[in-house]
Design a protein. Structure first.
Length: 288
């Protein structure tokens, strides 16, 4: 770690320099800020070029200036992440945006949706919306629960799948209990069968307050799911508002509910958005 540097920092740095020389490596590719700290110093000491792969939009005023100075080139996963470098025009000009990609050949479902629905206890007449992500504050799940209460007033047969786990789970479950949503929201916990779970969702919802990119959007769109998301960071670069989904202001449960209801009310439009989303992933975000 870099917050409390000690002797191990220097031992790690020297070990990396030795490795570079022993292997004859001509380029160091640093995946993240901490990796860039070590790779940048090792690159300076060994005379090698260093690429900083930038995945987080949040600035680190104490460290960014040093990482920018040491980077030969910078790759950002979105324009929203690239904006982290606005304070350093020289570095901004040396930064290339390469978005995250999805391997469409391997991201496929393994089970029929009817089988998945049965395993989750979802009835044949129930409609399903859902989200996938870590249960952490910036993902905005609390706003989704508030929005879902409004959605249920209009569409009482709708169920919500919340796929993922994290420190917010207990508080979110308490929130839904207080709102009287027991039995209508299902927390699946961490799952490895995300394509199968996405396949049973009629609409995919991403209620994040902020997103560096939003890779899960690619996964939902690849399975032709229309998206209701927030106008937050990298989401604006993935989802075309009105074409592949509906975008609303973040931290606004009323607007989120309206977006979901709009697509539930018009399944034909929702399916068209889902097909457009698949085409967008094939065109711009195919890993190959």
């Amino acid at each position: 770690g870099l917050r409390r540097p000690g002797p191990r920092v220097f031992r790690s740095l020297l070990a990396l320099v030795r490795l570079v020389k022993e292997t004859g490596a001509c380029l160091l590719h640093a995946n993240g800020s901490r990796a860039m700290f070590y790779a940048g110093l090792a690159g300076r000491l060994s005379g090698r070029s260093v690429i900083w792969h930038l995945r987080i939009s949040d600035q680190d005023p104490q460290l960014d200036w040093l990482l920018v100075w040491m980077a030969t080139r910078i790759i950002a996963i979105s324009e929203a992440v690239k904006a982290r470098l606005n304070r350093w025009p020289r570095a901004y000009g040396r930064c290339t945006v390469v978005p995250n990609g999805l391997d469409l050949a391997t991201f496929v479902t393994a089970k029929e949706p009817a089988v998945v629905r049965g395993s989750l206890g979802i009835g044949p007449e129930e409609r399903v919306i859902g989200t996938v992500g870590r249960l952490v504050p910036f993902k905005g799940h609390r706003y989704l629960l508030q929005a879902f209460a409004g959605v249920r007033l209009r569409h009482p047969s709708v169920r919500l799948l919340v796929v993922g786990d994290g420190p917010e789970r207990d508080s979110l479950e308490q929130q839904l209990h207080k709102m009287g949503l027991d039995g209508t929201v299902q927390f699946t916990g961490h799952r490895c069968d995300v394509p199968d779970l996405l396949s049973v969702m009629e609409i995919f919802v991403l209620p994040s307050i902020g997103e560096h990119f939003g890779r899960v959007l690619l996964e939902a769109m690849a399975l032709e799911k229309p998206v209701v998301g927030t106008q937050a960071g990298g989401v604006l670069e993935v989802v075309e508002d009105g074409v592949t989904g509906v975008l609303v202001p973040p931290a606004n449960p009323e607007a989120l509910a309206e977006g979901i209801i709009r697509l539930l009310d018009d399944p034909t439009q929702a399916r068209a958005m889902g097909r457009a989303g698949r085409r967008r992933v094939e065109t711009y975000f195919n890993l190959r």
